[in-house]
Design a protein around this ligand. Sequence first.
Ligand code: SF4
Length: 681
Amino acid sequence: DRGWPEAWTRTTCSYCGVGCEMDVGTRAGRIVTVRPSREGPSNQGHLCSKGRYAFDFVTAPDRVTVPLLREAGGWRRASWDEALGFIARRLRSLRDAHGPDAVGMLGSARATNEENYLAQKLARVVLGTNNVDCCARVCHAPSAAGLKQMLGTGASTNSFEDVDHARTLLVAGSNTTECHPVVGARIKQAVLRGAKLIVIDSRRTELARYADVHLQPRAGTDVPLLNALAHVVVAEGLCDEDFLRERVDALEDFRAFIHGWTPEHAARLCGVDADALRHAARLYATHGPSMMVHGLGMTEHVQGTETVMALVNLALLTGNLGGPGMGVNPMRGQNNVQGSAHMGCEPGQLTGYVPLEQHRARFEAAWGAPLPSTPGLDLTRMMEAARGGRLHALWAIGYDVLLTNPDANTTREALERLELLVVQDLFLNETARALGHVFLPACTSFEKDGTFMNGERRVQRVRASLPPTGDCLADWEILCRAARALGHPEGFAFQSPEEVWDEVRRVWPAGAGLSYARLEHGGLQWPCPDERHPGTRVLHTGAFALGPRAALRRVGYAPSPEAPTEAFPFVLMTGRRLYAFNAGTMTSRTPNARLQPGDWLDMAAADAERLGLEDGARVRVRSRYGEAVLPMRRAEGLRPGELFTTFHTVEVFINAVTGPHQDGYTHTPDYKVTAVRVERA
Ligand code: SF4
């Protein structure tokens, strides 16, 4: 019995990109309960099973509460001064020996905007490198890149409340009811009120059961499918001609390109019936306003960025941009994915997601220090540099690189070569446990103040409901202390997250109006350039950020290199399930673990019968890159030949199986198409 709360603190859920507001009830230094905030603009009185129940990780017995240094005999406790002094000495000597680009820094979607801002500032100003990235690299970097290239802003065009204004919803590669349950429920409610629903997903998800049309392409064939939809819109005269005339370039070139993408041609590639493609295209084009919601099923592919461009093509052709109930809207997997990249944790982008070279002088003036001249490496390229002996140190904040990066055996080789691996987290995650040299214990989001940025561009307050556990420090405090230990106190003398945020507002014109005082009640959506601005619910109502006009893009099809073969006849897709979150670092230490007791392999019944496998049979899944053993279950809604599982547990470690292929633009890994074989273990 936890008793009745003595105090309530309003804050923001730290799990997915919906960013639900919630009230945390505490008693005697412990969380007693969590209840949803009725005023939360993104959740309106709802929470899912993660936000509501998955908080006991804060007091888990294996929470690390003191800094640790690895020695020959294992980990030993250290003071903050000793741990940060050790890091400073090692970084200085590696930098002296190999240059500043021998070091890399990873910000985190688990950390606040203020902390991500400081992480990239420390990398650039103190360590002297643009080798700074975050976990957006392995999820929605293609959304940011595709949207930015076509519309000028790499963020959702609309708001979650637009779900209520759309007459047609197109949900693409997003298992919304499990991965973003509060928005998933909102979509289901919209459908029950009469909205039309098109689902594009290689699996028959729960949402697909509500759909007017479910297009179920073979894994990795979204580009042919989306091109066919665009073909139907153009060929049947369903374009919004006024919108195209006023706002869109390259129409004639696009018409010539899309001519050959008939539904029949696409059907042969993606396996979806041509008439179903026609039906979906007509519905999206004629029953507007139509709103797109997309997930990692679109982005974690070799053509992730181009797939997002193909989605934008459809929105441009039909004029479904710049108004309520429209737009192209990536569902951010972690709460602060949008914020971590937007604060500048990207090698080529500075705070506000602006190109480094164009804004170099402005930031050098603001920070009073030169910025590094070399371009910097993203996470994927950092791993290659580590394997090649060019990256010698990595500092990873709130990110289990070893467990979550694909092709884990190769990732391990890269991390093993590092001479300094600093892990800053709540627990000895797999990266720290296996290969870390220093562990810095961080506060949870229940123990610190700051802001998050959710998937609809809303900046929201995070408020401490508990004091720090043990000697844990908030990530922003760790980074400020680290800068001092590295002999660079200038620019890091912050006394509070609000002081950091006020500096962010000075260097980010579109966020200048987002003062803490104004964020107090439900947050605000950027752009919000001054303190009288109400925030922006819908982007591109007047112009695209690039200028008044956007341009359609040819998106050719490049098949995945992981086509099934005789030796590897199945295609494996990976993702998440309802009760668990990503690598399970937090949810595995809560009662949710009883509801999601591990990873299992979903297989079509026909395949299970053919292989003589009964439900629960332990199977070995083997790819060209590695293997994993896990139980198998027959699942409805999978195409024969396709498999699905999750990456929630270290016991299964499915990323030993996933492959090295990447999106050509952003180097985001393809987690959705790996050729494998399955045998009884
Ligand atoms: Fe948290 Fe997302 Fe669930 Fe809301 S929907 S409670 S933000 S995990």
